[in-house]
Write a protein that binds this ligand. Structure first.
Ligand code: R5P
Length: 410
């Protein structure tokens, strides 16, 4: 193997233990301002010194990564579709190898879409990218496991995708963890690293890391489960301890809890509410909504709002998450109920004082018509939203997005 190629791979997958921690922050290339990555520089800077490499697009490298900091760059060079477009598998190479060399990238990254509509294009692009990149001694990371088969996310599909990526010449392959992951690793002749996927409780993300490494993964290419955590630095350090120091799950989680006491919770958490646990997901579109004219139950006195800036206790994160969300949810509901009742009251007394009887009749007819057309409009809006949601639910399954990001488009 060419010296430059070897040397660059060694900066990503450390030759001392054949493992690496890659921090993924390329999500904006089709998701725009992903939750907690709204201001990339703010998210990236504190984490840089804990990762072995950074997976990023050229736009974010140029604007948000300090060129004086010696972190190897894994440059995403594919794209061309967005979350609101027709088909996310319709990607092409969007950044030239020449530009990657200018950026001093240590590797190039692109997605392949095995089983999807544009499978052929993405695989041919991978072959062509490897041809060109190898001329410059640049390794290629293939991002697999997106496509119509991903909903299954089983070892059969993931080994198929990873193996095809390696056959086309990818030097490293990124995929998702699944049961029987050994099968994926053993049938892929190049290092396999795992993505984290949507945000899950910290202990679960550490378990995923631990299981992946135990099954033979060469490391992680992890994003949301690090920087969407309330404790990004403790999280990346705990992940690192599993990858590089052979920590088991309990040791890593203990380290995480210990570090949580040393690092302040992310500023301004009200801007970053995080994900609701599975059983408290935001209401589904086809769940029955309460009737507008239904009598509301008497309201409880409003509870004082919990202090947003208080650090959460670094204990069992899934418990604390769900408790906090409960409180938040309840207080939000009662606030909005109170507000609606006040508004209703205000509106009705205003209209009473302004009108006489005749006027009142005409007015109420108008109101009736207005409310009919308003209902009509609401219904149309609901139908549109439901169509859009159905379409994006498909993406949610296929590409492991989270509702936080999707709902901005609903
Ligand atoms: C997805 O296509 C992006 O390349 C991400 O880098 C990848 O999904 C890894 O990030 P996460 O751990 O958030 O899934």
């Amino acid at each position: 193997m060419d010296w430059g190629l070897k040397n660059r791979i060694a900066s990503i997958i450390k030759p001392t233990n054949n493992r690496g921690v890659m921090l993924a922050i390329d999500h904006g290339y089709f998701l725009g301002p992903t939750e907690k990555l709204e201001v990339p520089k703010r998210t990236i800077s504190p984490l840089l010194k804990y990762c072995d490499s950074l997976m990023v697009t050229r736009g974010i490298v140029r604007t948000s990564v300090d060129p004086n900091f010696p972190v190897p760059i894994v440059l995403r060079v594919s794209g061309g579709s967005s979350i609101i477009g027709e088909d996310l598998s319709n990607e092409k190479i969007t950044t030239s190898v020449k530009d990657a060399v200018r950026i001093n990238a240590s590797a190039l990254a692109m997605s392949i879409f095995v089983g999807a509509k544009y499978e052929h294009n993405s695989l041919v692009s991978l072959g062509n990218l490897v041809n060109e990149a190898e001329e410059y001694g640049l390794p290629v990371l293939a991002v697999t496991a997106v496509g119509k088969e991903l909903a299954k996310r089983d070892a059969r599909y993931l080994s198929l995708s990873c193996r095809i990526a390696a056959e086309f010449g990818a030097h490293i392959v990124k995929t998702y963890y699944c049961d029987n992951f050994e099968k994926v690793v053993n049938s892929c002749p190049v290092p396999v690293i795992i993505a984290g996927g949507p945000k899950i409780p910290e202990r679960d993300a550490l378990a995923l890391t631990y299981n992946g490494i135990k099954a033979g993964a060469a490391g992680v290419d992890m994003g949301r489960n690090i920087w969407q955590s309330q404790y990004p630095i403790p999280m990346i350090r705990a992940v690192r301890a599993i990858v590089h120091s052979n920590y088991n799950l309990n040791q890593a989680y203990e380290l995480f809890k210990k570090l949580c006491k040393e690092y302040p919770v992310r500023n301004n958490p009200q801007n970053f509410p995080g994900r609701l646990p599975q059983n408290q997901q935001r209401p589904q579109q086809n769940q029955p909504k309460p009737q507008q004219n239904q009598q509301r139950p008497p309201q409880k006195p409003q509870q004082p709002k919990p202090q947003q800036n208080q650090p959460r206790p670094p204990q069992n994160s899934s418990q604390s998450h769900s408790k906090t969300n409960n409180v938040h949810h309840k207080s939000h509901n009662s606030q909005s109920h109170n507000r609606t009742n006040q508004d209703l009251h205000k509106n009705s007394s205003q209209s009473h004082s302004k009108t006489n009887n005749v006027h009142h009749k005409r007015h109420s007819n108008q109101n009736h018509n207005n409310s009919l057309s308003q209902n009509h409009r609401n219904q149309n809006q609901k139908n549109n939203q439901s169509q859009l949601r159905q379409k994006h639910n498909k993406f949610l399954q296929l590409f492991c997005f989270d509702y936080g990001t999707l709902e901005r488009w609903m």
